[in-house]
Structures are given as C-alpha cells and as structure tokens.
Design a protein around this ligand. Sequence first.
Ligand SMILES: NC(=O)c1ccc[n+]([C@@H]2O[C@H](COP(=O)([O-])OP(=O)(O)OC[C@H]3O[C@@H](n4cnc5c(N)ncnc54)[C@H](OP(=O)(O)O)[C@@H]3O)[C@@H](O)[C@H]2O)c1
Length: 252
Amino acid sequence: MKTAVVTGASSGLGTEFVKAIVKDRGEIEKIVVIARRADRLEKLKATYGDIIFPLPLDLTDGDFAETLERTLKEENFEVRLLINNAGFGKLGNFEDISVNDNAMMVRLNCEALGTVTGVCLPFMKEGAAIINTCSIASFAPNTRMATYSSTKAYVMSLSRALRSELKPRKINVLACCPGPMNTEFLPIANIEKGTSHTFDTLPRVNVAEMAKKSLAASKKGKAVYTNKIFFKFYRIVAKILPTSLVMKMAKT
Ligand SMILES: NC(=O)c1ccc[n+]([C@@H]2O[C@H](COP(=O)([O-])OP(=O)(O)OC[C@H]3O[C@@H](n4cnc5c(N)ncnc54)[C@H](OP(=O)(O)O)[C@@H]3O)[C@@H](O)[C@H]2O)c1
C-alpha cells in the first residue's frame, strides 16, 4: 500500500503537511501519522477517515525504531513520501538551557530523524521522496539558540548528502527551511513577546502555505525550499558574507 509517513503530525507544520497530502493525495493511500499525543492523532483519523494510520511513538525512546519497522512490514506499507518533521528548540544561552533539553534536541532533531530515515529507506522505491523539516536556523549559527541551530545544520548537511546518495535510486531529498511560524514551537522554545528582539521583528511564515509549497518543491525535485523573499534573501546573504557578520545579524 502506497504510504506517506509524517513525524510530528500532531500539531503545527506536521498537521498542515497531513492536511495538504489528504487534499492532493495522488497515489497515497495511507498516511502514517507519528507523534507522542495519541489523542491528537486519533482526531486526525476522525477528521480525515481511514487514510490516517495513527502510530503514537516517542521518537526519543530507544524502542521506537523496532515498532516503526514492524508496522511497515506487517501492514505491507511502501513508503512513497517520508516527512521528517518532529523537532523542538529552546531559546537561551547554552549554559542556561538544561543539560537534558540540549541533549533531547540532538536526540529528536538529529538522531531520531536519521533513525526514521534508516528504517524507512528499505521500504522506498524509485520515485519516492523525503522532506526533512530544517529551518532558517541552519543557514548560520544562532547565538542563544546554539544547540537548536546546530541540530538544523545537521539536518541540512544530512539532507544534501543523502540527496546525492539517493539520486541513482531516483529518491529526492528536500530540506524545507521555515522562518518563524506561529505554532506550539514558539512557547515550547520559551519565545514570547519581549524575549527576543529578532523573533519580535521577523516576519511570520504561514504554516499551511509552508506545507503546501514544500510538497510542491519536493515534487519538482528541489534540494532546499525557503518561504518568503526575506528569508530567501537571508539564505543568499548567509552564503556570501563572513559567518561572524551573519551571526551578528542573526543573533536571537
Ligand atoms: N515554528 C517555527 O517557528 C519553526 C521554524 C523553523 C523550523 N521549525 C521546525 O518545524 C518542525 C515542526 O515544528 P512546529 O513549528 O510545527 O512545532 P510544533 O507544533 O511544536 O510541532 C512539533 C511536533 O513534533 C512532535 N514531537 C515533539 N517531540 C516528539 C517526540 N519526542 N516524539 C515524537 N514526536 C515529537 C510534536 O508532537 P507531540 O508533542 O504530540 O509528540 C509535534 O507534533 C520542527 O522540526 C521545528 O524545528 C519550526
């Protein structure tokens, strides 16, 4: 059965990815929705019907890979689209963020993303696609978001290298790089009005549009997608200017 796998599907960008796939499903017959909050995943099923296959998993829990692999095998799922979207960040100086939070960012944003990809790849054939939710935070190191921006630099690097490796199998890998979006991400990261001048002033990215346009960019075989002229321009600037200068502009 031709399947999409979406991690972090219980809120924000992940939910919008699910909505966009349901609307323009093409060959997709099932969407495996992964997150910790089972009630949210069941709600997706209640809303969109049997196309939704809830798979409640904590992607920081060591056993999740076995469960995912077993499910893909038992259900005879062929993964046509993998969206590695689960992730979180924390705002603050490295030493003010708990040791556990810094470690968990790496575990979820990097380690789990790699593990989900490794589990899914044997279930993918020619023409399948991977979308990795990265961030504008991957373009340069962000002071006061040191671990988060480092995890997203990993996502960018892995996505590009994997894209090159998977070219012979005709599997495209896209790094989707949103700017700030009004999702649960911001309160979880302790980003509120007044906590960061940069976040207070940066334009907001529309979550539904980000999902729709990332899916379109993936279908076109693109490597990176950033929404909004402002952030596209920042991506170019970050490539050209010395990192120390870009870091001054990008200080959160
Ligand atoms: N919002 C922004 O400003 C922004 C900007 C750039 C990039 N991003 C990236 O966009 C992606 C989606 O974030 P969002 O903005 O949509 O935030 P969000 O609403 O907080 O969504 C995060 C998703 O990740 C899931 N998740 C968190 N921890 C998990 C775990 N241990 N195991 C499984 N799932 C887990 C959450 O579900 P449960 O809590 O139910 O597990 C939720 O579905 C993230 O990778 C984030 O880094 C966000």
